[in-house]
Design a protein around this ligand. Structure first.
Ligand code: FAD
Length: 317
């Protein structure tokens, strides 16, 4: 079923969904099951599976020179989606990115997903590669997520890249895109970022999943700004509890979000061994308030930590 249909069916009741990361190469599928098994009691309507493009690593050769090799550390997104649907009978939402994909490869990936019965995708641009100072698309790839949304919308209407394909099979993907309540870090300002987000909706996107945030005001203001801008699709808040003290620095660095003063002050006073308790409590309060405020779904970034997420959701739904 489509993500948006779950919300229609829920009739205003808040749902809980989860995001998992493919295991590092060499790890098995059991890691995903270990994360999801304990969360199934919350009847998630869908599970997101992230996509990780290739990275460059440098191996030292006997000569002393370094050899640059491209490897994908976390492959398996499509297989994990199929496995989740098979084991739990729950819809999987693969993340699809522009980075590393030509339009042809994207089309073939969409065909695979359609044949597998996947009905939802989250369309993203992806970040710049580690040693690039900006996002560089493939020569025949997309530069922005909006172009990927257009391509998915095209195939939904039976329009393939090969113009000779007449009367092509129509897919029926429900398309999600990312939204940034605190602005995407590359955008010159919030208004311009919102304008580009609106373009993704006008191109055919059906729902927005937000970057994580730790102050609900940020989400509620974002929803208001979207509505004023004419963005009327469901906006799903993304949530992650802090579990380690170093995350007070690593999360802003990696995800370009702010921590509210109250949370930082509390964390400073808290024994590092008890930070997880603070993170759980904070996330429970956030979740309850978002539910009260009418969020259609609470989307938890599990990062492989099922127990912490289970503790939170059990106090919220
Ligand atoms: P876009 O919407 O293309 O925006 C990127 C930037 O370009 C923004 O600053 C925007 O304002 C600007 N922009 C957009 N359109 C235009 C235009 N026409 N002209 C000029 N500027 C424009 N990354 C992964 O690699 N794998 C994942 O699985 C993954 N999952 C994610 C899930 C969520 C919920 C979120 C919030 C992010 C995720 N990301 C993932 C990270 C994401 O790929 C990065 O944040 C990336 O930098 C931007 O992706 P986007 O889809 O928002 O890009």
């Amino acid at each position: 079923m489509k993500v948006t249909e779950y919300f229609e069916k829920a009739n205003g009741q808040t749902l809980a969904s989860f995001e998992v990361l493919p295991p590092l190469k060499g790890g098995g599928m059991q890691a995903i099951f270990n994360t999801l098994d304990p969360l199934m009691e919350f009847k998630p309507p869908f599970i997101d599976v992230t996509y990780h493009r290739e990275e460059f690593i440098y191996n030292k050769r006997p000569s002393g020179y370094y050899e640059k090799t491209a490897i994908r550390k976390r492959p398996g997104t499509v297989g994990i989606c199929a496995s989740i649907m098979n084991r739990y009978g729950v819809d999987a939402v693969p993340h699809l990115i522009c980075g590393g994909f030509s339009k042809e490869e994207t089309e073939n990936a969409l065909i695979d997903l359609d044949f597998l019965g996947v009905q939802n995708v989250l369309a993203l641009r992806g970040d710049a590669r580690k040693f690039d100072n900006r996002f560089i698309p493939e020569p025949d790839g997309h530069s922005y997520a909006v172009e990927l949304v257009k391509q998915i919308n095209d195939i939904n209407h039976g329009r393939y890249l090969d113009a000779n394909i007449e009367d092509g099979a129509k897919t029926d993907f429900c398309i999600g895109v990312a939204g940034y309540p605190e602005k995407h870090f590359e955008a010159p300002n919030f208004e311009l970022d919102l304008k580009f987000t609106k373009q993704k909706i006008e191109a055919g996107a059906d729902f927005i999943v937000t970057q994580m945030f730790f102050d609900n005001k940020v989400y509620f203001n974002y929803v208001d700004a979207c509505r004023k801008a004419g963005i009327n699709v469901p906006i799903i808040p993304g949530l992650k509890p802090i579990t380690r003290k170093y995350q007070l620095n690593s999360i802003p660095r990696n995800f370009h979000v702010n921590f509210p003063t109250e949370l930082v002050n509390e964390a400073e006073k808290t024994d590092p061994n008890n930070i997880v308790e603070l993170g759980v409590e904070w996330c429970i309060q956030q979740s309850r308030e978002l539910k009260e405020g009418g969020a259609p779904c609470l989307h938890y970034y599990t990062m492989g930590d099922a127990e912490t997420i289970r503790r939170i959701v059990s106090q919220v739904l």
